[in-house]
Design a protein around this ligand. Structure first.
Ligand code: DGJ
Length: 730
């Protein structure tokens, strides 16, 4: 049983294969955090709540209640009553004052896990997951707070979410509702986050935890390029294989906050949820609010174990797409090939050449609709521009399919250009503040997705195109962050619901899309990887990782992404050189090897690249077909990081049964050492013997992991090698 309640101790014990999480109740009903860490057999842990110590609990010493509240390790802190640390729940009542205190009321334990209304959420069968709901009540506000914990035993993951139910008649204003909190004692923690910018997404950042609050967040409407809804606290010196890692990841694609506070008592509080900046939700009598899900994980064996567990968790319990376990077609996208300068003939010429090279799908990117010939206009006018797409879309799709390729198409459904037919008719559909010219970004505004009529319109635009021709793939883009938060649809008191309602509108559109077109391959994108988060996995099995396709830059971006997300989710393409973003020239072979770690495809004008590069494509496509099952389904091990050593990068994927291993090595900067680099590997079975593909050389797993593997020396920067080891005995 993954979840048990020990009545005598008033302890809930949540067990996964390798971890235990314990929650305890005080005599008054405060819900306390007892323990999170390595698996423990025993549940005799109530003493860890330290309610016997000074300061005493309020029923014993009411005069010191505020000291108690400011010290007690709580599962779900509420604001306004004397806990001065970061709160998870701030509620303002009709009297205008803010204060909330929740105490245990009852609980339930069940197999399986219910879905979250309107939100993406992890799922599992009755055998795979168990759910504990602790129902708490604020008797003054008549507010019920349901703390929900779902335990995924096999993947060592616990997910949490919170539901608020107003059981009274008072109009409550929810000014903050986060999804999870872990209160712990400090262990000399370091904080690990993913940070970056456009074309520099999700780089790993590590710093010593300091006294006070330190946070990462987004208030941009999406989960953002700059910060990521992920935070880990790790004991100092944590490596890939050793150290204690406590991490949280948020299943949400809008504004978030992840924060840790180290306080006067050397206690640490880590919280995560919807960013409370410009957030306020009206909860009237009888209404409910569902906060999104947070994913919690503990690894006692460093980052590597955490990464592999999270990869399994997202593959097994978040991604619903029928493509999850399938090879995705090798695609060629015309964005970096042509930008806006294309027509039917150009696309067909790319398709013909692509077919010869073994490529399987053509994706028509931005610029096929309205009068769009640059990024100044037409978002919202999703009618085919027949001056460019001569013969119409159906004709083009049929022709591409005749050539032998599938067809994919780009959309940016959440947006509206001021220069569009749609804006002429419905300027009020753009998010804006009345009387103020809204700030343009890439010459566009965002649509007000809190308005169901807008959601219907935007969805129908996409669906109509998909119904008109046999289209296999959609790239759903989003190229601006939100500003000027004003909705012509919402009333005055509900304006601060807009950020969240926008995200709900987005989820609703994507839910409709995958329901109406169950066989569609959906790839999400937001100016590259500006909305690469677990919420989007619920709808699409892959997300465009970054607009930076430079192989060297991609090493750091893909390393950070793969710290938590499976390789099968990372949109990665081979592009032309000099790279359009960095001007760097890297070998075509290296670009192929780096893209193999993701979904794999091309982003170049195949009719114009050098003969030498073009000739390598069939070989690369073959490589993709040979290795993708392993890359998509295997266990990821990070061996060395260019980001840390400034010389080379190395990672490998091992089959779950350890029968084969694919290792990638990229020598970013050549050092004239004239002998091969020796690297200790991971992920092999010690006792098995492996043969290096293409050679007669055999190694035991033990040798490779303890002794190391010697990389052949090669001259040149950004030179890469792929090593495939196959088990030849057991
Ligand atoms: C941003 C995306 O990341 C690119 O791949 C491309 O689709 C452009 N938008 C098109 O505007």
């Amino acid at each position: 049983m993954a979840v048990r309640y020990y009545e005598d101790q008033r302890i809930f014990k949540l067990d996964t294969k390798n971890t235990t999480y314990m929650i305890g109740l005080t005599p008054e009903g405060y819900v306390g955090h007892v323990y999170y860490g390595d698996y423990m057999e025993s549940a005799d842990a109530a003493y860890l709540l330290r309610t016997g110590e000074h300061p005493y609990t309020p029923s014993v010493l009411p005069r010191e209640k505020s000291s108690f509240l400011d010290f007690f390790p709580t599962e779900y802190p509420t604001g306004g009553i004397g806990d001065y640390r970061e709160s998870c729940l701030d509620v303002r009542g009709e009297a205008g004052s803010r204060g909330c205190e929740i105490l245990y009321d009852s609980h339930s334990i069940r197999n399986g896990k219910p879905g979250l209304k309107g939100l993406p959420a992890s799922f599992g069968t009755d055998e795979e997951v168990m759910t504990l709901e602790i129902i708490c009540v604020d008797k003054v506000l008549h507010l019920k707070v349901v703390l929900s914990y779902s335990v995924f035993e096999k993947e060592d993951v616990i997910t949490r979410n919170v539901r608020l139910i107003n059981e009274g008649e008072e109009h409550l204003r929810i000014e903050k509702v986060l999804s999870a909190c872990i209160d712990m004692d400090d262990e000399e923690f370091e904080m690990v986050t993913l940070t970056g910018g456009w074309a520099r997404e999700r780089r790993i950042q590590r710093r010593r935890l300091a006294y006070g609050r330190q946070s990462v967040s987004s208030a941009k409407g999406g989960s953002s390029h700059q910060e990521h809804p992920f935070m880990a606290l790790v004991t100092s010196g944590t490596t890939q294989q050793t150290g204690r890692v406590y991490a949280m990841n948020f299943v949400y694609s809008g504004n978030f906050i992840a924060e840790t506070e180290l306080n006067q008592h050397d206690a640490v509080r880590m919280v995560m949820g919807i960013n409370d900046e410009d957030f306020c939700w009206n909860l009237r009598g009888g209404e409910e609010f569902q906060a999104p899900e947070a994913v919690l994980i503990f690894s006692g064996e460093g980052f590597g174990k955490m990464s592999r567990s999270l990869h399994d968790f997202y593959r097994n319990h978040m991604i619903r797409s029928p493509y999850l376990h399938k090879k995705r077609p090798v695609l060629i996208n015309n964005w970096e090939a042509t930008y806006f300068d294309f027509d039917t003939e150009k696309l067909l010429s790319i398709a013909r050449e692509a077919k010869k090279a073994g490529i399987e799908m053509l994706v028509m990117d931005d610029g096929w609709f309205g009068k769009r010939s640059n990024d100044d206009s037409s978002l919202g006018d999703w009618t085919v521009n027949e001056e460019k797409i001569t013969g119409g879309l159906k004709y083009l799709v049929d022709k591409v399919r005749e050539i032998g390729l599938e067809f994919g198409i780009w959309f940016e459904p959440e947006m509206i250009s001021p220069d569009s037919e749609l804006y002429k008719v419905h300027p009020e559909w753009a998010i804006h503040i009345p009387g103020r010219a809204a700030t343009e970004s890439r010459a566009q505004y965002a649509l007000d997705l809190s308005n169901p009529e807008v959601v219907d319109y935007a969805y129908e635009c996409v669906a109509k195109i998909l119904r008109s021709a046999p289209i296999s793939y959609v790239k759903w883009d989003m190229n601006r962050q939100l500003s000027d938060l004003g909705s012509a649809y919402l009333d005055r008191d509900s304006q601060q619901e807009l950020f969240h309602r926008y995200v709900l509108g987005l989820y609703e559109m994507q839910e409709r899309l995958v329901t109406e077109f169950p066989d569609l391959l959906l790839e999400n994108c937001a100016s590259g990887g500006g909305r690469f988060d677990p919420g989007m996995f619920y709808y699409s099995p892959q997300i465009w990782c970054s607009d930076d396709t430079d192989a060297v830059e991609r090493l750091a971006i893909q390393e950070g992404t793969a710290l938590i997300y499976p390789l099968s989710t990372m949109g990665a393409h081979v592009s032309d050189c000099p790279n359009h973003m960095t001007g760097r020239v890297t070998p075509f072979e290296t670009r192929g090897h780096v893209a193999l770690a993701g979904t794999f495809g091309y982003e170049l004008d195949i009719t114009k690249i050098s003969e030498k590069d073009r000739e390598m494509i069939p070989e690369q496509v073959e490589m993709y077909h040979k290795y993708n099952d392993l890359v998509r389904e295997g266990d990821y091990y990070r061996i060395a990081s260019y980001r840390e050593n400034h010389k080379y990068d190395c990672y490998l994927v091992a089959a779950k049964d350890k029968s084969e291993v694919l290792m990638t090595f990229v020598q970013v900067q050549c050092a004239p050492v004239f002998h091969g680099k020796k690297i200790r590997l991971q992920g092999f079975d010690e006792k098995s013997v492996y043969q290096l593909d293409g050679t007669k050389q055999a190694y035991t797993g033990e040798m490779l992991m303890k002794g190391g593997f010697v990389i052949d020396f090669a001259q040149g920067d950004a030179v890469s090698r792929l090593y495939h080891f196959v088990r030849i005995n057991r």
